[in-house]
Design a binder for this molecule. Structure first.
Ligand code: CA
Length: 467
């Protein structure tokens, strides 16, 4: 029997052996991260047992276990033929061997993703810069074959000196097109004609700006500083506060600003190594064995994107692919469409609002959908009279709405939609912004319209709830 590896489970983690490691990993996150972990629950009403639906998402986890890695050029890994390397610090210390045919001396790409913490470290290593002055460029592509949402910093740990020039890119379409995430250089102006910046200079309004940073390239005293980061948490903190205590604010903003959510969403990442560490302004052409790339570890934390319609993501070992286990009558790898016979209204992404339960926006059975227009003159009238839009069982009016004669939901102020599942902002759009590319425009949710107002009312409650 195939035993799928459970990536993420509900808060109440009924652990079988395969998910023990996941439960351990989950404990590393603050309580605020365990939001939206239940998709539905059974509730008793005056009319009996029924379902109560909520927006839900899988728990964040280590995503490097589920990727495939590819290198370009494909034969750039060292050891074929065997080579001997010198250290960057001391060109006369040349006792590092790389031999692809010997396990102990090989440095294949998978050693960037194995368990680290032992001594010595295990690492991937490139061939040396024997082609100088032709650039030594390597692309490392990480592919998930699934849309994922990043939840923590991407951290690369170099075994050699950190590159003098590097670019991190992302793809949202399985590697067809790429956009920059962040540039890294010892000299941003010289390398990329960009003013150097740090993530700390970003604001809510400029959060989506693509920057070049010199924070992770300068100096080759790599024994003390080996990491290169893409700072996800610092960007989250612009909305959620320095210790990410106010995730309600972040979730609210993610809900109303689509390109903010897209910013943290990827199907692939590409690390473009453009120039290795040289430790000097001049390259020592007599000893090119000092120059190469070596990476011991890559950390990527995230969760499957399931459009708030699933709290569980499964790695199918046969297909080698992640997929959401969809709820709310949705289907597809990202729960991105309604199941057959559940097209009673158009598919819609779930909503984080109102916090903390969100809105499920379930797909409803076709027989419960809007009135059929085809025969409106005759049958349509009859159907309209019999239309079963809401009830107290499967088609509950949401967000405080009440069902009126099974014909329509009377929504609470601030909500719209067949089942009051949407905020007025989503329907009418006055407080939803879609800034143009390159000109991000984000506003603090507390300054926004109804959702922001709602948040400002809810925040004290949410903070208490977190604690
Ligand atoms: Ca390693």
């Amino acid at each position: 029997m195939r035993c799928p590896e459970i990536l993420t489970l509900q808060a109440v983690c009924v652990c079988v052996s395969v998910c023990v490691s996941v439960c351990v990993a989950m404990q590393q996150y603050p309580a605020a991260w365990s939001h939206y972990d239940v998709c539905k629950s059974r509730i008793y009403t005056e009319e009996g047992l029924t379902w109560d639906y909520m927006a839900c998402q899988p728990e964040a986890t280590v995503m490097t276990k589920y990727l495939t890695v590819s290198l370009d050029p494909p034969n750039i890994t060292c050891g074929d033929p065997p080579e001997t390397y010198c250290t960057l610090e001391n060109p006369y210390m040349c006792n590092n061997e790389c031999d692809a045919s010997t396990d102990e001396l090989a440095h294949p790409p998978e050693l960037m993703f194995d368990f680290e913490g032992r001594n010595p470290t295990t690492f991937w290593q490139s061939s040396s810069w024997n082609t100088f002055p032709k650039p030594l460029e390597v692309n490392i592509t990480l592919s998930w074959n699934k849309t994922i949402e990043l939840t923590d910093d991407i951290i690369l740990t170099f075994e050699s000196g950190r590159p003098e020039q590097m670019l991190l890119e992302k793809s949202l379409d399985y590697g067809k097109t790429w956009t920059p995430y962040q540039f890294y250089a010892t000299d941003c102006l010289d390398a990329f004609t960009m003013e150097p910046k740090t993530v700390n200079e970003l604001t809510q309004r400029t959060l989506l700006d693509i920057i070049c940073t010199e924070d992770y390239s300068r100096g080759y005293v790599w024994k003390y500083d080996k990491t290169v980061r893409f700072e996800i948490k610092d960007r989250f903190a612009l909305f959620a506060g320095p210790r990410l205590h106010n995730m309600a604010s972040l979730y609210g903003q993610l809900d109303t600003t689509r390109n903010l959510r897209d910013f943290f969403t990827v199907t692939d990442l590409r690390i473009r190594l453009l120039k290795p560490a040289t430790g000097a302004t001049m390259v020592d052409e007599n000893n090119l064995s000092r120059y190469f790339y070596a990476i011991s570890d890559i950390k990527v934390q995230g969760r499957c994107k399931c459009n708030l319609h699933s709290n569980s993501c499964v790695f199918d070992k046969d297909k080698g692919k992640l997929g959401c286990e969809c709820e709310h009558n949705t289907t597809g790898p990202d729960c991105g469409r309604c199941k057959r016979h559940y097209h009673g209204r158009p598919w819609s992404v779930g909503s984080y609002l109102p916090i903390p339960r969100g809105t499920a926006n379930i797909c409803i059975h076709s027989s419960h959908g809007p009135v059929h227009r085809a025969n409106a003159s005759s049958l349509g009238v009859a159907n309209r009279n019999q239309a079963h839009v809401c009830d107290n069982a499967m088609l509950l009016c949401q967000n405080g709405g009440t069902c009126h004669h099974h014909q329509r939901c009377h929504c609470a102020p601030g909500f719209k939609g067949v089942l009051c599942e949407r905020t007025r902002c989503q329907v009418l759009g006055p407080c939803e912004e879609y800034p143009t590319a390159g000109q991000p425009s984000l506003h603090h949710p507390l300054l926004l319209g109804p959702p922001g107002l709602l948040l400002s009312l809810l925040l004290p409650l949410v903070v208490i709830w977190f604690c």
